[in-house]
Design a protein. Sequence first.
Length: 356
Amino acid sequence: RPHRTELYEAPPAACWPIVYSPDYNITFVGLEKLHPFDAGKWGKVINFLKEEKLIADDLIVQAREATDEDLLVVHTRRYLNKLKWSFVVATITEIPPVAFLPNFLVQRKVLRPLRTQTGGTIMAGKLAVDRGWAINVGGGFHHCSSDKGGGFCAYADITLAIKFLFERVEGVSKATIIDLDAHQGNGHERDFMDDHRVYIMDVYNRYIYPGDGFAKRAIKRKVELEWGTEDTEYLQKVHTHVEGALNELKPDIIVYNAGTDILDGDPLGGLAISPQGIVKRDEVVFKAARSRKIPILMVTSGGYQKRTARIIADSILNLHNLGLIDKELATSGAENPKVEQMIKDSAKGLTKLSLQ
């Protein structure tokens, strides 16, 4: 069927497969301060990475807003229509005063940033397949399913990215979701309930939101944590189960939901992981993916303290220092056999020229 491909145009080869837009950040007459979420954290992550000279504005992939047409790949028309009611958005984002705002403002100031992050996740899915890895500095709205939002999640970006890949990218027919946010990822679980192409591993605090018993039936590898779980036990469980999941099924893409709300002191997560523990966790997941040559897409998801932006940036810098993410490898397309063949052919051409 005909469809728009803008979200799928290949960005310039010189770009890092890191997706972001200044439109991610929610800033609106202080309303964002009424939710524990740091609604500017995405921009702060990028600023830290710029300060460390890892990236520059023209070297990141600019996210584009997902259109209704994109969203309808997963969402019902009925659900998208519901978002035209401010009180529905207020309930989903857990910011009650949003209910009293005219909807055009809610669309522009609250939903457009979330739609842009959703477009970013879809774009990053294709980038990951092309280049071996990609990071959307936003996204990870894992409580939203095709017909229901909640927990600050208004669009099902994880489901969308996977469905886009299944439908539109050759050679992608199996996906693994590794959800390490402190909360159960009930949105993608409901969406992929009976879909055998999608393997879900979820590690979460068993006592907090959403406690969705129905959605739990979709989890192939369920790791339920106790209040106040600390680094040693956490990292050991993540390592064991990531290895186990990827040995059980080798997917064509991993979607890694890297929530930082596992951080000690997070008002909503209830776990006690140190900043170093979070950096180590991301390293464990990327090592497992890269050593198996499985493309990985990381989204940043939950994290409700001011210091999480710094930790996300530190983690990305650590992945780079360890050679687990690499612009050169990415842009040379070493993971992509088609590109490899092109490089070989052009090398042959050069050899011929020098022989002549």
